[in-house]
Write a protein that binds this ligand. Structure first.
Ligand SMILES: C[C@@H](N)C(=O)N[C@H](C)C(=O)O
Ligand code: ZN
Length: 300
């Protein structure tokens, strides 16, 4: 069991991946939205559920005085392993493993939520499922999930729903991103995800983080879908396009696309999330419960 503990990194939050809103766009041609295969993990949430425990936590702290150390006690164990009375069908076996204390499955906490967990599929900037993503699920801290539930309700009144691309991210996944960036020979997904960026610069340019807020469990990558059509709202650039066109405030997109990004941003900020200037899809809960703890348990 290993875990690293952060110290201050970025401006606004004191952590890498805090709010760095404010940088301006650079001029590049707008890439077309990437056509992609249907992600095997895409589905819509049916509402709250329960989990049973699993034997041990993989998260631990190097500095118990500074971070809330996972204790090996697991949260939300209101039933053992069978059927949630609120669901019509049994909880699938792969989802009965329980979670570290303080974490929940996002789709079970947020009715109507959609998931498209790219890092559990081949369609991401690496081009294969990423370490630690054993299932196409989104895991968040309870606080982040509760805030996101409110965002989803707010947007629902206007006919929209949230779709999550990534939530909690194990440190082993971040380590895979680091190795990927260092491997200059592998440019398999360049065209779709980093056409104008040298992958070795992805961290330096802020598109990836060595200590990602995602590993703290209260950071989420997401977009909005139209509930009536099920279609993604047009954000002007696809998810995980490492390019200036993905920045808030870019002048490379239309007014309508900009308004769509702002719809998401306004809704997220209203419920306590901070944006990341470089990536329109990335948000971190301001009052996150584990501000200094980087977890490494698998998503399953
Ligand atoms: C890789 C992208 N989805 C992302 O989350 N980037 C930020 C900067 C991160 O790695 O934390
Ligand atoms: Zn992100």
């Amino acid at each position: 069991m290993t875990l690293i503990v952060s110290s201050a990194c970025s401006a606004a939050s004191g952590r890498e991946n805090g709010n760095e809103a404010g940088s301006s766009a650079e001029a590049i041609p707008a890439p077309s939205a990437a056509a992609r295969p249907t992600a095997s993990g895409s589905f819509e949430s049916g509402g709250p559920s329960i989990h049973s425990p699993r034997p041990s936590a993989e998260g631990a702290s190097e500095d118990a005085t500074e971070s809330p150390e996972p204790t090996g006690v697991y949260a939300d164990i209101s039933g053992s392993n069978a059927t949630d009375p609120r669901r019509e069908t049994p909880i699938p076996a792969h989802r009965r493993n329980g979670l570290p204390k303080g974490f929940v499955y996002a789709d079970e906490a947020i009715p109507g939520l959609k998931l498209d967990i790219r890092y559990s599929t081949d369609y991401n900037f690496v081009g294969k499922p990423i370490d630690g993503y054993l299932a196409p699920l989104a895991i968040l801290t309870k606080e982040a999930a509760e805030a996101l539930k409110q965002v989803n309700e707010d947007l629902g009144k206007d006919g929209y729903a949230l779709k999550i691309y990534d939530a909690y991210r194990p440190r082993k996944a971040v380590a895979e991103f680091v190795a990927w960036a260092a491997d200059a020979k592998d440019t398999k997904m360049k065209e779709d995800f980093y056409p104008d960026v040298n992958k070795k610069d992805a961290f330096k340019l802020g598109y990836l983080a060595h200590k990602s807020g995602h590993s703290r469990g209260s950071t989420v990558d997401l977009t909005i879908v139209d509930k009536a059509t099920g279609e993604d709202v047009d954000m002007g650039s696809p998810y995980d396009l490492f390019s200036p066109i993905s920045s808030h405030g870019t002048e490379q997109i239309t007014k309508e696309q900009s308004a769509n990004r702002n719809r998401l941003k306004t809704a997220m900020e209203k419920r306590g999330f901070l944006s990341l200037n470089k990536e329109w899809w990335h948000y971190t809960l301001k009052k996150e419960p584990f501000p200094d703890t980087y977890f490494d348990f698998d998503i399953e």
